[in-house]
Each structure stands twice: as structure tokens, then as C-alpha cells.
Design a protein around this ligand. Structure first.
Ligand SMILES: Nc1ncnc2c1ncn2[C@@H]1O[C@H](COP(=O)(O)OP(=O)(O)OP(=O)(O)O)[C@@H](O)[C@H]1O
Length: 229
């Protein structure tokens, strides 16, 4: 999708802006977002599916305005939160994935088929009847990802999806993300996840301060952190 952010400045409830003067066009398959705590990364990510609507300026995805066409935007942009518990809504694994398909007008058999193949594709084969809340942290994150992907979004936005995970589970989620056909915007503090990315944005102090290749942007970020001490 073509992500077009124009002249965006945003503060919550009219407060001090947490994003300032942001104008950017993004259409690469893999886009990373890095920066210090509180620099505005999550706010930016949430703007991409209309969870946050900018106070000033516009955000459009393939021409759909998040402020006026939020529902259509959310139909094409999937969002994964840091904490999978925030988006797991049903008692069992299969019901949770199936819940995402409820408005599609599919038969029960079609839903069951799609759920089974989605679970198999993301390391959860045979776990459909398992209580969702009893999964490990990594499995919950895979479940949350599966429940988003089953809706076949064109763009997947992920806000620190590996932060709560141990190394093995973080790798599992990173591997799942690497193989996706979808366009991905990934906000992360795990810089090693971004090595193969096309473009990495660095936020600092509510502003986009660098936009470049992973190696350039990571070097810029590390430099910023060194000078901040
Ligand atoms: N819903 C909200 N209401 C009020 N203030 C908010 C809200 N969401 C975020 N903020 C504020 O906006 C600023 C930027 O937060 P944001 O979550 O975008 O940063 P971040 O770069 O993602 O940080 P982190 O790396 O810690 O997740 C912070 O000062 C935060 O307190």
C-alpha cells in the first residue's frame, strides 16, 4: 500500500505534540521504526490504521483517509499489539482466530477450514481446542498474529511484537514475519530484526530524525543514544 502522511502534528487531547511536522511516503515491503522510549513510534504506528487520528494533517493508505474512511482502512490494515492479551478475545485458539472472520459471511465449514490452515501456517497446528489464556507468551503472540493474518490484510503494522518474548519465541515470531507476503511496518527495540528491511525510520523527541537503510538508521540511532548520556 502507499502510505502517505502529510503535515501531521498530533498531541493527545490538545496537549503537547507527541508527533511534529511529519510528512512521509512509504511503499516498501519492509519498513522498520526505531527510537527512544516516548519518541512517538507507537503513536505513528497507530495512525496507520486509524487507531489514532491526527489532530493536524492527513494520513492516507492507497488514498483512503484514516479520519474519514477508518473502517475501510482497518479492513486492509492489520495491527498487532505488544501484549497479545490485549487482542485475544475468545476462550479457545480456534475460536479466537475464527472470531476475526465473523463478518465475512462464510459458512461454519469454510471458517473451520481457514482457521485450520492459518493455525498450521503459524506453528499452532493441532492447538485449536487449547484454551488461549494457557498458551505461552510466544504462542499467544503467534495466535494474535494468526488472528490478524486470517483476515488477509494488505499491510501489517506491528508494535513491538517481540518485546515480551524470550529469544526462542522472539525468533519464532520474527521468522513468521520474515516470510509474510504482506507489507509490514514493524516498531521494535530489537534492532537485529531489521537487518533485511528496505527502509528504517528513526524517531526522536516527537520528530522523524532519520530515514534510510537499516545500517545507516541503526548507526544514527546508536549515535543519538550515545550523545544523550
Ligand atoms: N493515549 C494517550 N494519551 C495521552 N498521551 C499519550 C497516549 N499515548 C501516548 N501518549 C504519550 O505520547 C508520547 C509518545 O508515546 P509513544 O507511545 O508514541 O512512544 P514510543 O516511541 O512508542 O515509546 P516506547 O518505546 O516507550 O513504546 C509519550 O509521552 C506518551 O506518554
Amino acid at each position: 500500500m502507499l502510505i502517505d502522511v502529510r503535515d501531521v502534528t498530533h498531541g493527545f487531547d490538545g496537549g503537547t505534540p507527541v508527533l511534529r511536522d511529519l510528512t512521509i511516503r512509504l511503499e516498501e515491503p519492509r519498513i522498520g521504526v526505531i527510537g527512544a522510549n516516548g519518541s512517538g513510534k507507537s503513536t505513528f504506528a497507530r495512525m496507520l490504521n486509524g487507531l489514532v487520528v491526527p489532530e493536524h494533517g492527513t494520513v492516507t493508505l492507497d488514498g483512503l483517509d484514516t479520519a474519514r474512511q477508518g473502517r475501510q482502512v482497518r479492513g486492509r490494515v492489520g495491527f498487532c499489539f505488544t501484549d497479545p492479551d490485549a487482542q485475544i478475545v475468545m476462550p479457545t485458539v480456534a475460536e479466537d482466530v475464527g472470531f476475526s472472520l465473523r463478518r465475512r459471511g462464510l459458512s461454519k465449514a469454510e471458517i473451520a477450514d481457514r482457521v485450520d490452515s492459518a493455525l498450521a501456517a503459524h506453528g499452532l497446528a493441532g492447538r485449536g481446542a487449547h484454551p488461549a489464556h494457557l498458551l505461552s507468551g510466544g504462542q499467544k503472540q503467534l495466535l494474535a498474529l494468526t488472528a490478524v493474518l486470517v483476515t488477509e490484510p494488505d499491510l501489517l503494522v506491528m508494535d513491538e511484537p517481540t518485546t515480551l518474548l524470550d529469544i526462542r519465541n522472539a525468533r519464532r515470531v520474527a521468522d513468521a514475519v520474515r516470510d509474510l507476503p504482506q507489507q509490514v511496518v514493524l516498531v521494535t527495540h530489537h534492532l537485529d530484526l531489521l537487518t533485511d528491511f528496505d527502509r528504517v525510520l528513526v524517531f526522536d523527541n516527537s520528530r522523524l530524525v532519520h530515514d534510510g537503510s537499516p545500517s545507516d538508521s541503526i548507526a544514527h540511532y546508536l549515535d543519538l543514544m550515545d550523545h544523550d548520556r
